[in-house]
Ligand binder design. Structure first.
Ligand SMILES: [Zn+2]
Length: 267
């Protein structure tokens, strides 16, 4: 359903030789590697863990890239917010993210360690993302939206400035930088040739055009969310809200539970 290469096939027929077509398609079939790029530990669990769990079941190798150190996610009533306290928060959140990843069956979590709450879509962040794209060579990338949705009403927490920054930086890293040998020439010297991402799944985008049926993996998503103990607190309060939100997304597509995306193919 979401693994729909029909448009891709059509374009290959139009412009390539049969051999080229075979090489490209088989390369895509072989490289069942996906990457989720996010700002904070737990962003992926909220936005796409059901999809991630499904892809893992289908044989995909999934990697997480967490751009910040998560140090801004300590208790709201904290009074000690010094460096040592921040370090402890970072350690806790990284541990929770790894535990959530294990529940979903992902391959690894890569932390870029930018300061939480201060993320900007800089050239340094773009370069770091191009580096991981070229190193792990994912066919699919999930990332947050670079834009807010204002209707019917702004979801303030969804559009944390770090999320928007990751959206901008990820899109710029995917196209054109990752696939352009002339972008960040220093990466070629690191032994990282260009890599073209085939499919992009954007979470929280202003225009949704795609849904993944997560009815079979919703329990795994909830279990992975529960692993973020320092963030979700009393999960009995949050769990019904997540179920309701996932069911609302599913209802729009004739599914019990779904995660919605804007999906684009990079042809
Ligand atoms: Zn976040």
């Amino acid at each position: 359903m979401y693994n729909d290469f029909s448009r891709l096939d059509a374009s290959l027929h139009a412009c390539g030789t049969r051999e080229k077509e075979r090489a490209l398609v088989s390369e895509q079939e072989q490289s069942k590697v996906a990457m989720v790029i996010m700002a904070h530990p737990d962003d992926a669990e909220f936005g796409c863990a059901g999809t991630v769990a499904l892809w893992v079941r289908e044989g995909w190798d999934v990697y997480y890239v967490v751009c910040t150190d998560g140090a801004g996610g300590g208790p709201d009533d904290a009074t000690d917010v010094g460096l040592e306290a921040q370090r402890r928060v970072t350690e806790t959140r990284k541990r929770e993210q790894r535990a959530a990843g294990e529940i979903l069956g992902i391959k690894d979590v890569i932390f870029l360690n930018y300061p939480d709450g201060e993320l900007e879509p800089t050239i340094d962040l773009r370069r770091d993302l191009v580096r991981v794209l070229r190193r792990y060579r994912p066919a699919r990338v999930i990332c947050p939206s670079p834009e807010r949705i204002w209707t019917p009403v702004l979801m303030i927490r969804r559009y944390h400035p770090d999320h928007l920054a990751v959206g901008v930086a990820s899109m710029a890293a995917i196209y054109p930088a990752s696939q352009n040998p002339w972008a960040f020439p220093e990466l070629m010297n690191e032994g990282l040739p260009p890599h073209k991402v085939s499919e992009i799944y954007i979470m929280g985008a202003p225009a949704v055009n795609y849904a993944v049926d997560i009815s079979a993996t919703i329990e795994q998503k909830l279990a992975a969310m529960r692993a973020h103990v320092s963030q979700v607190g009393n999960f009995t309060e949050l769990e019904p809200r997540i179920r309701k939100f996932s069911a609302e997304q599913g209802a729009r597509h004739g599914m019990t539970y779904a995660e919605e995306f804007h999906r684009a193919e990079n042809l």
